[in-house]
Design a protein around this ligand. Structure first.
Ligand code: NAP
Ligand code: HSE
Length: 431
């Protein structure tokens, strides 16, 4: 192995500049770990004349991808530019040129991960993507290596910092969704177009990756049922709290009998559950393994240095593999065929909030409907509304199949005593 390993960077934005900073500041530690120096040889950007907040004394910028992808002196490429089409093409080309890849790109890996991993394996190259899920938390490595001996049955994550920030502020300060979203945009947590975050798409991409690695099954983005937080109201948070719960946007992948369900949805947790205590922009991933039991990984899910730490740690692993001559040997092909659960196989508790006529017989009508579909109620709260003819009714169910529960919701909507179904969410962590 050479005394210096040259790397190329695709992108020098938030994460890329963090990577340059960490390589520069941690050079001693890196060379001690991998037995050689690390040099950033070239960096692909869009705008050559943009002001940069890192020192680039010996690392020329270029706008020509070939300068990085085809440089025979570059062994490892770190893709931190984002987007899908260019990133996919550049990574494919680099792998075919026998260059190892580290990427932070969850949008790409959630859709083309399996294709790229196969290309990497065919070319005896490493392709690592720790930073793509939960930024600075080493969760992918924990699933693949740390828990390698266990059989994981459940992965539940708060994997989107923007939505966790919004729900935390709504819950703790009683502020409305739109107001907190504006604040999150001003603070730079939420993007000017926040759709991907608030509608759960960003979390769905990360959850597809977590499920694929957790269960060694090729889970695609299309396999994830997705609901975001844009319909969650302060009333939902207040009434949930009265029943002892906090609402979080959760990416969930769960396996039983070798079938899986994968979803992103607002979910209630009892205040005592560790995920209920994850606030502001922080992320956490709860993993249940049959042997280890409950584990939880907590930390910053985004940001320049936390995300760059994950990228550079992947780089260290690539370089250790180079020293041992074992690149491309890590088993990446999923072990199991994917089998998704049907709605009748998905069991969960639910929270339901509705407005109903405050009159004799309302509760007996409601409970008959629940009973007809084998839905048993666990907690019930009724409060008068300002309009004295109606009542706010909040309840939680025992575990019920998703199929039966959907039928209940459908029939509730048709009942004359029900004015509105205000909200309904899954309940977890309360078994
Ligand atoms: P960013 O700040 O927008 O930076 C993107 C960089 O890539 C810029 O330097 C840009 O060049 C360059 N670039 C983009 N498209 C290019 C193209 N087609 N050709 C050449 N250069 C191109 O993005 P970021 O926040 O660092 O995110 C990078 C990746 O990390 C994304 O995949 C993102 O999802 C992922 N990630 C980010 C975070 C985070 O906290 N930001 C956390 C986890 C994962 P110019 O500078 O010249 O415009
Ligand atoms: N938009 C993401 C979040 C950034 O809010 O968590 C990290 O992927």
């Amino acid at each position: 192995m050479n005394s210096t390993i040259n790397i190329g960077l695709l992108g020098l934005g938030t994460v890329g500049s963090g990577v340059v900073h960490i390589i520069d500041q941690h050079q001693d530690k890196l060379s001690h770990q991998v037995g050689c120096n690390v040099k950033v040889k070239k960096i692909l950007v869009n705008h050559l004349d943009k002001e940069r907040d890192v020192s680039l004394s010996d690392s020329p910028l270029t706008t020509n991808p070939d300068d990085v992808l085809n440089d025979p002196d570059i062994d490892v490429i770190l893709e931190v530019m984002g987007g899908i089409d260019d990133a996919r093409n550049y990574i494919t080309q680099a792998l075919e040129n026998k260059k190892h890849i580290v990427t932070a790109n969850k949008d790409l890996m959630a859709v083309y991960g399996n294709e790229l991993l196969e290309t990497a394996a065919m070319n005896q190259c490493d392709l690592f993507y720790e930073a793509s899920v939960a930024g600075g938390i080493p969760i992918l490595r924990s699933l693949v290596d740390g828990l390698a001996s266990d059989r994981i049955t459940k992965v539940m994550g708060i994997v989107n910092g923007t939505t966790n920030y919004i729900l935390t502020k709504m819950s703790k300060e009683g502020r409305a969704y739109e107001e907190v979203l504006r604040e999150a945009q001003n603070l730079g947590y939420a993007e000017s177009d926040p759709t991907s975050d608030v509608e759960g798409i960003d979390a769905a991409r990360k959850t597809a990756i977590l499920g694929t690695l957790g269960f060694s099954m090729p889970i695609d983005l299309d396999d994830v049922t997705v609901a975001g937080i844009s319909d969650v109201t302060t009333e939902d948070l207040v009434y949930s709290a009265q029943l002892g719960y906090t609402i979080k946007l959760i990416g969930l992948a769960e396996r039983s009998d070798n079938k899986v369900e994968v979803s992103v949805q607002p979910t209630l947790f009892p205040h005592s559950h560790p995920l209920a205590a994850v606030n502001d922009e922080f992320n956490a991933v709860y993993v249940y393994g049959e042997a280890v039991g409950e584990t939880m990984f907590y930390g910053p899910g985004a940001g320049k240095l936390p995300t760059a730490t994950a990228v550079v740690s992947d780089l260290v692993e690539v370089m250790k593999n180079m020293r041992l001559g074992v690149n491309g040997n890590k088993s990446v092909v999923p072990q199991f065929e994917k089998q998704l659960k049907a709605d009748e196989d998905i069991y969960s508790k639910y929270f339901l909030r509705l407005h109903a006529k405050d009159q004799p017989g309302t509760f007996s009508t409601l409970t008959s409907l629940f009973s007809n579909h084998h839905v048993s109620l666990e907690k019930i709260l009724q409060l008068p509304l300002q309009d004295r003819d109606s009542a706010e009714i909040i309840m939680t169910t025992h575990k019920v199949s998703k199929k039966n529960y959907q039928q209940v919701l459908h029939e509730l909507d048709e009942l004359e005593v029900v004015d509105f179904i205000k909200s309904s969410y899954r309940v977890e962590g309360d078994d």
